[in-house]
Design a protein around this ligand. Structure first.
Ligand code: 13P
Length: 250
């Protein structure tokens, strides 16, 4: 049985004051019997503040990216060991905004995932097609090749320690979520692909859906057999909405 995971990706939002308030509200409002594991992913500089507020709580911490190297002359990057020392357990890799705006390709994303594992973090590997790719019927090809690049770098032992996040680019920040059936189709395809490589890994690998998840659609998305939680953008910045989404996870 896979435990649901709900991760709040704040993107480049928040101040120290907002981070303290948002996390306090989330920690205080999380029901004791919440079925999901809950994680917040603030910007790098807010991680120490977040870690302080989260200490001793059931809410975990992660980063929005991680360097592909362990140490050295990599100006502007942050290593897995640094993130781990700051209290992170997870790191996103390959978010579509990183791929589209900062030119991160499949190979770099895979190396970042490998570095996360070396440093003791679980990578949350983001995959997803653009609207143009979907309209050209390339969704399967795109997401499977993104996944294959990670498998080639990490092997199945490494993949087993990852979380996948399917985030169709056309659904991110647009208010236009994939329907539960559309999302399930891709999650099912991904899991089937993993199953052909290793049936055991396919059973335990968690796959999150991201893209305009809100309190009113989270339940239907999370009810799908291969959707094991969500990667939440905009709605993670409002504690009431984020908590409602956490409660919707099975
Ligand atoms: P939204 O929930 O704002 O669509 O963002 C999704 C996302 O990119 C999370 O990583």
């Amino acid at each position: 049985m896979r435990r649901a995971l709900v991760a709040g990706n704040w993107k480049m939002h928040g101040s120290r004051e907002q981070a303290r308030r948002l996390i306090t509200e989330t920690v205080d409002g999380l029901p004791a019997d919440c079925a999901a594991e809950v994680v917040v992913l603030p910007p790098f500089v807010l991680l120490p503040v977040a870690a302080g507020v989260l200490e001793g709580s059931r809410v975990g911490l992660g980063a929005q990216n991680v360097c592909d190297a362990d140490e050295g002359a990599y100006t502007g990057e942050v290593s897995a060991a640094m993130l781990r020392e700051t209290g992170c357990r997870y790191a996103l890799v390959g978010h579509s905004e990183r791929r589209a705006l900062y030119g991160e390709d499949d190979a770099l994303v895979a190396r970042r995932a490998a570095a996360a594992l070396r440093g003791g973090l679980s990578p949350i590997v983001c995959l997803g097609e653009t609207l143009e790719q979907r309209e050209r019927d390339l969704t399967a090809e795109v997401v499977l090749s993104q996944l294959d690049a990670v498998v080639a770098e990490l092997g199945m032992v490494g993949l087993a320690r990852c979380v996948l996040a399917y985030e169709p680019v056309w659904a991110i920040g647009t208010g236009r979520s994939a329907s539960p059936e559309q999302a399930q189709d891709v999650h099912g395809l991904l899991r089937e692909h993993v199953r052909r490589l290793d049936a055991g890994v396919a059973e335990t690998l968690r796959m999150l859906y991201g893209g305009s998840v809100k309190p009113d659609n989270a339940g239907a998305l999370f009810a799908m057999p291969d959707i094991d939680g969500g990667l939440i953008g905009g709605a993670s910045l409002k504690s009431a909405d984020f908590l409602a989404i956490c409660r919707a996870a099975r």
